[in-house]
Design a protein around this ligand. Structure first.
Ligand code: ADP
Ligand code: GN1
Ligand code: MG
Length: 371
């Protein structure tokens, strides 16, 4: 048994899981938490799998608040799914308690760990393969927003303050440039100029919110493609995962993040950013999937802002990657030198690609006013 597998077995032993530990491995997608897949065998030889996850405390300063939110949201969704059977293909996310009955445990070498059921027969994608996956992922996130739309916003805690406060993200980037703690600012002049030239867009959605033109709702806030489990056989979206950032927010940021993560033909960390493109066919599939479930609660004003939201969040995430690059790669997991800078460059390339197509995108969504 390797040290990693022994470690997984020790963590798993703290949860109320039946059966004998039969193996474990690390799941490497995701930039934030530590995620393990653990298998257990029962007396009949049947194997059950579970996800064990350590909450990144550098990102989530109050892991117990995160757990309370997740418990509330998963319960709410499960209650509704069982009542109305709006469950796509029967799998929802569930927390498994620790042996002491709590929704999380302290790991053998510290940290807060939780356990989820493994969503079987599915996988996640870092790069979208076809319009069906794009459509399905968007439909699932729209359905997620719909399912939590009757949860009062004040019942859901803010797990990361200012998460989609784009002007605050901009200000933090300016501070990082000013401090230049790792001497990297000189190498990113072009990126800085690109972002500075677009400062005026950063506050648009929050200003609409302040003026009462947009409504705050319970939203997912991290709707990237690898946060939805997709059926390996049918490409159907089965279950939305990664609920750490479910909190009060704007539906538009969720939609924009879908476009950011599921329209380009290359990965978020592609080193040749000239390959990045916001493909209109993927945009249309996502808008159709999302609006199919979300149009019940979206206003025409919100619908018109859908294309803009894609540009805004691509810029926001680009700024966050650049900030982390300048601050010494402390937030996002990195696997090579310049990883965050590569990610920043793909995001800025997406912004450029969206700018070139914004009118066509707008014409497409406007159709949903009338239908
Ligand atoms: P992070 O916050 O680090 O992105 P995620 O919750 O998204 O963490 O989990 C990382 C990856 O682990 C996901 O992209 C997915 O591939 C896998 N994963 C997470 N939860 C489950 C689950 N319940 N069933 C199957 N795979 C899962
Ligand atoms: C992180 O956790 P993950 O990998 O699904 C990040 C998102 C970013 C995304 C960029 C809590 O998402 O906000 O948009 O990386 N999550 C958090 O890929 O910061
Ligand atoms: Mg994730």
């Amino acid at each position: 048994m390797t040290e990693l597998v022994r470690n997984i077995a020790e963590i798993g032993a703290k949860f109320a899981i039946d059966g004998t530990f039969a193996g474990g491995e690390e799941v490497k997608s995701g930039h934030i938490n530590t995620t393990y897949l653990a298998s257990y065998e029962d007396d009949d030889g049947d194997v059950s799998r579970y996800i064990l996850q350590r909450i990144n405390e550098n990102v989530f300063h109050q892991p117990l608040v995160v757990m309370k939110n997740i418990e509330r949201v998963t319960r709410h969704i499960n209650r509704k799914v069982f009542r109305h059977k709006r469950d796509f293909s029967g799998q929802t996310l569930n927390l498994y308690p620790g042996r002491d009955g709590k929704n999380c445990v302290e790991g053998p070498s510290g940290g807060i760990w939780r356990c989820y059921n493994f969503i079987a027969g599915c996988r996640t994608y870092d790069v979208v393969e076809n319009t069906r996956q794009a459509y399905q992922a968007a439909k699932a996130f729209g359905a997620f927003q719909d399912l939590v739309s009757d949860l009062p916003v004040e019942k859901v805690a803010v797990t990361i303050p200012g998460f989609h406060d784009t002007p605050a993200r901009y200000a933090r980037l300016m501070e990082a440039i000013e401090s230049d703690a790792h001497g990297r600012a000189a190498g990113v002049k072009e990126e800085i100029e690109f972002i500075k030239a677009r400062e005026s867009i950063t506050g648009v959605l929050l200003e609409h919110l302040k003026a009462g033109r947009l409504t705050e709702r319970v939203t997912h806030n991290d709707t990237k493609l690898n946060n939805v489990m997709i059926d390996e056989q049918t490409d159907e979206a089965v279950c939305v995962i990664d609920l750490d950032t479910v909190m009060p927010g704007l539906a538009l940021y969720d939609f924009g993040d879908l476009i950011r993560g599921a329209t380009s033909p290359v990965a978020e960390d592609e080193q040749d950013y000239t390959k990045v493109e916001m493909r209109l066919s993927m945009f249309e599939a996502i808008a159709e999937g999302y609006l199919e479930t979300a149009r019940n609660f979206l206003s025409p004003f919100e619908i018109d802002l859908l294309p803009f939201s894609a540009k805004l969040i691509s810029m926001e995430v680009g700024m966050r990657f650049l900030t982390d690059h300048l601050e010494g790669d402390k937030y996002f997991k990195v696997h090579r030198k310049g990883h965050n800078l590569d990610r920043c460059r793909t995001q800025l390339a997406l912004v450029r690609s969206i700018e070139a197509q914004e009118e066509k995108m707008l014409a497409f969504v406007k159709k949903w006013h009338r239908s």
